[in-house]
Design a protein around this ligand. Structure first.
Ligand code: TXA
Ligand code: MG
Length: 339
């Protein structure tokens, strides 16, 4: 505790650093990375950029630090957290590595891919992080600053998306500031996230690998590498194995209508490709050229923008093709539309 206090800067300096770090800053200055390392080692929370969305990071081996993540986000403790590491060697310190993990790591990592693996019996990862279960979600982010933060701190970082539970994931430091600015000591600014949608979660801890959350790395890419079809996620005692499959999630405040063919003047339209739907008060186009990767990168930011517009009573979305990363986009939209 004494150590933690000694590392804390006076309140006003903390605020200044936080604001300083909100300037566009890519790559992140070493002084800020060092400040983040000090905070993480002292059991504090730090928001940091990844290629998918911003994470709310804590030392995954420190129960109290992990508990702060749940409290800050208002996240139910039955929903486990992803552990971010900088290498396969680091992953192997905490999880039972198997042939599927090896093949996926060789093909993709570092990547927007989270692998659910059996936890090593003597793993130092906090039980809270794994929601008391015997598996751990491991990800090696494809973002230099994120990996540098892990390398410098020497810590595996538990990091959910840096938003309040159930809300839209943040894809810029400004988004994190709006979500959690008052409750965390530092936000590292790495600019806008390149991918903009959370990692694919693949469970390789059971008999047949199975996707628990769609993302940038698609089912067919994974099946090609593993040379086998994936299983469908199943309900266990009325609940999915991954609570991240909860139906209502990523929710804007305004109601969302999907696959629209018409729009009211008090609705904001999220268009895709040629905006054939007319009549909306405001329109934002996820990708004029119908590029699904571009659409994914814009999705959460545009949802946030429309949600914050006081003129609007709802958000409507044009159909998005159910292929490749379009599956991940539709997954997020469907859950955002569920109340
Ligand atoms: O791209 C991402 O994955 C981002 C960045 C920050 O890395 N993180 C993220 O974390 O989206 P979060 O907490 O918002 O989503 C993690 C998902 C949840 O659906 C959770 O239920 C699932 O992963 N998960 C984590 N550990 C698991 C485990 N041991 N078993 C099953 N599902 C797990
Ligand atoms: Mg999340």
């Amino acid at each position: 505790m004494k150590e933690a206090m000694a590392l804390r800067l006076p309140w006003i300096m903390e605020k200044c650093l936080k604001l300083l770090s909100l300037k566009k800053n890519n790559p992140i200055a070493p002084i800020l990375l060092q400040k983040a390392v000090d905070l993480l080692r002292a059991g504090e929370l730090v928001a940091f950029p990844t290629e998918t969305v911003y994470g709310l990071g804590a030392d995954a081996t420190n129960d109290r630090a992990v508990a702060k993540i749940f409290a800050t986000k208002g996240r139910p403790q039955f929903n486990p957290l992803i552990v971010h590491v900088d290498s396969v060697a680091m992953a192997q310190r905490y999880a039972v590595w198997n042939a599927w993990a090896e093949a996926l790591a060789l093909a993709f990592c570092p990547a927007p891919l989270t692998m659910i693996l059996p936890k090593l019996p003597d793993s130092a990862i906090s039980h809270l992080c794994c929601a008391g279960g015997d598996t751990v979600g491991i990800r090696i982010p494809n973002h230099k600053d994120a990996r540098e933060l892990i390398r410098r701190s020497g810590l595996p970082l538990a990091a959910p998306s840096a938003n309040r539970s159930g809300r839209i994931s943040p894809t810029s430091a400004q988004d994190v500031w709006e979500e959690l600015g008052d409750s965390i000591p530092l936000i590292l600014d790495g600019g806008n996230c390149q991918i903009g949608i959370e990692s694919t979660v693949i469970d390789v801890s059971g008999k047949v690998p199975c996707i628990l959350r769609h993302g940038f790395i698609t089912q067919s890419q994974i099946e090609a590498v593993l040379q086998q079809p994936l299983a469908k996620p199943v309900l266990v005692e009325g609940e999915y194995k991954s609570p991240g499959l909860l139906t209502s999630h990523y929710a804007p405040t305004l109601p969302l209508r999907l696959n629209v063919t018409h729009c009211e003047a008090n609705e904001g339209l999220l268009a895709f490709g040629t905006p054939v739907v007319k009549g909306a008060g405001v329109m934002l186009n996820l990708s004029e050229s119908s590029n699904l990767q571009e659409a994914a990168a814009h999705l959460f930011g545009y949802l946030r923008k429309l949600d914050a517009n006081p003129q609007l009573k709802g958000i409507s979305v044009m159909p998005i093709p159910q292929e490749g990363i379009g599956m991940a986009i539709n997954d997020r939209l469907q859950r955002a539309a569920t109340r």
